[in-house]
Ligand binder design. Structure first.
Ligand SMILES: [Zn+2]
Length: 108
């Protein structure tokens, strides 16, 4: 149990630990400003930092997969393999020349 070291002060002068739902007073560092309370600083070093890093990495990876998946949906050709895909042409007009002759897309 951590006791509040700022117990004697008025509430408005006490910065609270930035962790959500934490009511322990923050540690004020002249160099780094407001830091999490003693308990959370220790947890952060032990497990919190690794966990947060994993979370960030995971969401970044999901976004990347989503982007790649979205791009994969746009194939230059319709499933029949002969008809140019209008969606693809709308999204990547600059790439159309890589896939199609002028004749293929002139009436799209
Ligand atoms: Zn805390």
């Amino acid at each position: 149990m951590i006791k509040c070291v700022n117990m004697g002060k008025k509430k408005s002068e006490t910065k609270l630990c930035p962790w959500s739902d934490c009511t322990n007073p923050a540690i004020i560092s002249p160099r780094f400003g407001v830091l999490p309370c003693d308990k959370h600083q220790r947890e952060n070093v032990q497990v919190g930092r690794g966990y947060q890093f994993a979370t960030l990495t995971q969401s970044a990876r999901i976004n990347q997969e989503r982007d790649e998946f979205g791009a994969d949906l746009l194939q230059p050709w319709e499933p029949d393999g002969i008809t140019p895909n209008r969606e693809f042409l709308m999204h990547y007009p600059e790439r159309a020349a890589d896939y199609f002759d002028g004749d293929d897309i002139k009436d799209i």
